[in-house]
Design a protein around this ligand. Structure first.
Ligand code: ATP
Length: 450
C-alpha cells in the first residue's frame, strides 16, 4: 500500500475490501511485496463482471470487433521494434540522503520514506538529476541466463494484437474498419505505485485496436472517445465525476498523434481511468519493416494496398473495478444506524441475489436452497445465508453491493411467493418464486442510478 496517507474514504474502502474478501495484500503472511494484491472471492467476481461487461459491449455486441489472447512473453525483438526497449521509461530522481527513488514528474504525489514523512527534497536531502528508468520486467527464456536469453513480460497487450494483424485478417475475413480486442495481464515495474490497486506492477488490461482507413481516423477517434465515456455512465458511474481530457502535445506517447483520457475524480484527485489513443500506422509499419512481413490491407475495390490507422481504447480492469467500488460506496444515515452500501449497477455486483430463510426451521431452509439453485441455473451469482436476524443479513449484503435479497417465509411454503428486498430503496415486494429469475433479470436490465 502507498506510503502516503490515504484520504479517509480510501482507507474505508481498503478496509472493506479486506474485511469482506475483495482484495488482500499479496504474500501477506511474509510481510507482503510492494503494491501487489490478491483478489478474494468477491474481488474475483467483481473483476469478472467488469471483464464480462467490457467484452460484451466491445466484442460480442458488435459485428466489427473480434477477440484475441496473445502470449505474455513474446520475441524480444517485438519490444525493440515497438520502441519500448528504448522509450518505455519514466524520469527518476534519487534522494541522496534517504536513497529513495521517485518519479521526477510525480514529485508532488510522492512522500519520502523517512519519518515524519515529507515530500522528496523537503528533508534537505539533495535530489539527483532525472534519469530514465525502463519499466519493463526482464526475464530469461530457456536454461541459459545470458544476454541472448533475455525476454520481457509485456507492458501492454496491444503489441500481441499488431503481431497477429495479418493472421486475424485472413482468418476472419474482416475489412477495415474493424477491431481486435484482448483482455490480459500486463506488467510494469512502476517506481511509485500506489493508491491501493490504482497503480500496481501487475495488472490486467482491456485493449482494443481498431483498424481504420487513414481518411476515417478522426471520425473513429471521436466515436471511440464518446463510446468509452458513455460505457462508464451506462454502468452507473456518476457522470459528474467523469471527464474527458485531451493530452497536451508533450504528454503524447511516442506512437501517438492524439490521445484523450477518460478521467475519474478519485478521493486522491483526478486520475486516468482509460486512454483513447490515435496510434496511426506506427506499429504496423515498424513491425513490417523489422520483420519483413507485409502488414497491410488490400482493398479489392480500389485495388490498392494500404496500412490502416489505429484507434486504441485501453483501460485497466483493476482500475475500473476500483472505480466502480469507490463510486458505489455510500454511508447512509438511517433511523438507528448508519448503513454502508455499495450501490453497484446490478450487472457489476459480485452477488446478484442473496437468499434467506426467515427462520432456520419448518422447511424454510430447504425451500430457500431450492430457490437459490434455480437462480444459479438461470446464470445468477447467489449467496445463501441463514445466520443472524434478517436485518443484519440485509446489512451484510448492502455492504458488498448485493442488489436483491430474497426471503423465504412461512407463507412461501403455502402460496409459493417470496419477498424481494431492493438494496437501493430498501423496499420489499412479493414475487411468485416461479417468476423470480425472469423478474430479477429484468430488474438488472432496467436498473437506473438513483
Ligand atoms: P498512467 O499515466 O496512469 O501511468 P498510462 O497512460 O501509462 O497510465 P496506458 O499505457 O494508457 O496507461 O494503459 C492503459 C490503461 O491501463 C490505463 O488507463 C490504466 O487504466 C491501466 N494501467 C496502466 N498502468 C497501470 C498500473 N500500473 N496499474 C493499474 N492499471 C494500470
Amino acid at each position: 500500500m502507498s506510503k502516503t496517507k490515504s484520504p479517509p474514504l480510501m482507507e474505508k474502502i481498503v478496509s472493506l475490501c479486506k474485511r469482506r474478501g475483495f482484495v488482500f495484500q499479496a504474500s501477506e503472511i511474509y510481510g507482503g511485496i510492494g503494491n501487489t494484491y490478491d483478489y478474494g472471492p468477491l474481488g474475483v467476481e467483481l473483476l469478472r463482471r467488469v471483464k464480462d461487461a467490457w467484452w460484451r459491449d466491445v466484442v460480442t455486441a458488435r459485428d466489427d470487433v473480434v477477440g484475441l489472447d496473445s502470449a505474455i512473453i513474446q520475441n524480444p525483438a517485438v519490444w525493440k521494434t515497438s520502441g519500448h526497449v528504448d522509450g518505455f521509461s519514466d524520469p527518476m530522481v534519487d534522494c541522496k540522503t534517504c536513497k529513495a527513488r521517485f518519479r521526477a514528474d510525480k514529485l508532488e504525489d510522492a512522500r519520502c520514506p523517512e519519518k515524519p514523512s515529507k515530500h522528496p527534497g523537503e528533508c534537505h536531502g539533495e535530489l539527483t538529476e532525472p534519469r530514465s528508468f525502463n519499466l519493463m520486467f526482464k526475464t530469461h527464456v530457456g536454461a541459459m541466463e545470458d544476454s541472448g536469453s533475455v525476454a520481457y513480460l509485456r507492458p501492454e497487450t496491444a503489441q500481441g494484437i499488431f503481431l497477429n494483424f495479418a493472421n486475424v485478417l485472413s482468418a476472419s475475413r474482416l475489412k477495415p474498419p474493424f477491431g481486435i480486442a484482448q483482455i490480459g495481464k500486463s506488467f510494469r515495474n512502476e517506481i511509485t505505485p500506489g493508491n491501493f490497486v490504482f497503480r500496481t506492477r501487475e495488472f490486467e488490461q482491456a485493449e482494443m485496436e481498431f483498424f481504420v482507413p487513414p481518411a476515417e481516423n478522426d471520425r473513429w477517434y471521436e466515436y471511440w472517445k464518446q463510446e468509452r465515456f458513455d460505457w462508464y455512465v451506462r454502468l452507473g458511474i456518476d457522470p459528474a465525476k467523469l471527464r474527458m481530457r485531451e493530452h497536451e502535445a508533450e504528454e503524447l506517447a511516442h506512437y501517438s498523434t492524439g490521445t484523450s483520457d477518460v478521467e475519474y475524480e478519485y478521493p486522491f484527485g483526478w486520475g486516468e481511468l482509460e486512454g483513447i489513443a490515435c496510434r496511426t500506422d506506427f506499429d504496423l509499419k515498424r513491425h513490417a519493416e523489422a520483420s519483413g512481413v507485409r502488414l497491410e490491407y488490400f482493398d479489392p475495390q480500389t485495388k490498392e494496398h494500404y496500412v490502416p490507422y489505429v484507434i486504441e481504447p485501453a483501460g485497466g480492469i483493476n482500475r475500473m473495478a476500483l472505480t466502480f467500488l469507490i463510486d458505489a460506496y455510500r454511508e447512509e444515515e438511517l433511523e438507528k444506524e448508519t448503513r454502508v452500501v455499495l450501490r453497484f449497477h446490478p450487472s457489476i455486483a459480485p452477488i446478484t441475489a442473496a437468499v434467506f430463510p426467515l427462520v432456520k426451521k419448518d422447511g424454510m431452509p430447504e425451500r430457500a436452497h431450492e430457490i437459490e439453485r434455480d437462480l444459479r441455473l438461470a446464470g445468477m451469482s447467489t449467496f445463501y445465508d441463514e445466520k443472524a436476524a434478517i436485518g443484519r443479513r440485509y446489512r451484510r449484503q448492502d455492504e458488498v453491493g448485493t442488489p436483491f435479497c430474497i426471503t423465504v417465509d412461512g407463507d412461501t411454503l403455502s402460496d409459493g411467493v417470496v419477498t424481494v428486498r431492493d438494496r437501493d430503496s430498501m423496499e420489499q415486494e412479493r414475487v411468485p418464486a416461479a417468476e423470480l429469475s425472469g423478474y430479477l433479470l429484468e430488474r438488472v436490465r432496467t436498473w437506473k442510478r438513483a
